[in-house]
Design a protein around this ligand. Structure first.
Ligand SMILES: C[S@@+](CC[C@H](N)C(=O)[O-])C[C@H]1O[C@@H](n2cnc3c(N)ncnc32)[C@H](O)[C@@H]1O
Length: 217
């Protein structure tokens, strides 16, 4: 089962009505498609990137974390929204993919604001101080890890801080009881758990493959 979350014609219209990507982001999207055709779909779309930049700005973020960096599109969008002196901790397991990210961070002029940790993200997050100091986090890595990433990040999020989770509709498979793959089951359960979580207020937006925005009370 795979549903168009948004009609394809409207999808193009939405892309055309976000603040346009600059040359760096356009080149990064093009290079990722050209060099990594089998994986390029993992990259966030430009309207998602614009949403991230806006949310980072709206929260006045000094301390941001990203789980799942790939070739760097979302990290550039987050880094560009940081308040002066702000920093982004980027978590990934791939030296190869994040090598591209590092090149584009330089080009975008944000390399000095980003710390990259190459390790399973659960380890990286568990090693962070257990204090409520994070302003913003973006989760876009292995789906089975999402519940751990959500808990570790929420524990460290300040009241009023925001967590954004990508791919929470799983191509519409959250609706399909026959979809029994572990990532589908984990995300369906997490979506229900977040809705019932009294520590937060949240909304699931039909942006691309579904984006949940969570605010800690
Ligand atoms: C969907 S891609 C991220 C796309 C990225 N946000 C962007 O805008 O291009 C998922 C990334 O998660 C990374 N990843 C997978 N398992 C991971 C883990 N256990 N810890 C940290 N990163 C992981 C992959 O190496 C991959 O780069």
């Amino acid at each position: 089962m795979s549903i168009d979350i948004v009609h394809p014609a409207l999808s193009d219209y939405l892309l055309d009505h976000a603040t346009p990507a600059d040359e760096v982001l356009r080149d990064l999207a093009e290079e990722t498609r050209r060099l990594l055709p089998d994986n390029a779909r993992m990259q966030i779309s430009h309207d998602q990137g614009t949403l991230l930049t806006l949310l980072v700005k709206l929260t006045g973020t000094l301390h941001a974390v990203e789980v799942g960096t790939f070739t760097g599109y979302s990290s550039i969008c987050i880094a560009r929204g940081l308040a002066p002196g702000g920093r982004l901790l980027a978590c990934d397991v791939s030296e190869e993919w994040t090598g591209t990210a590092r090149r584009y961070w330089e080009r975008a002029g944000v390399a000095d604001r980003i710390d990259l940790r190459i390790a399973p993200a659960a380890e990286t997050l568990r090693a962070l101080p257990r204090e409520e100091y994070l302003d913003f986090a973006f989760i876009d890595a292995d789906k089975v890890g999402y519940p751990v990433y959500y808990e570790e990040l929420l524990t460290r999020l300040r009241p009023g801080g925001v967590i954004v989770l990508d791919n929470v509709l799983r191509g519409g498979r959250v609706l399909d009881p026959a979809a029994r793959d572990e990532p589908d089951l984990v995300i369906r359960e997490l979506n229900d758990a977040i809705t019932a979580d009294e520590r937060v207020e949240s909304v699931l937006l039909p942006v691309r493959d579904g984006v949940t925005v969570v605010r800690k009370r």
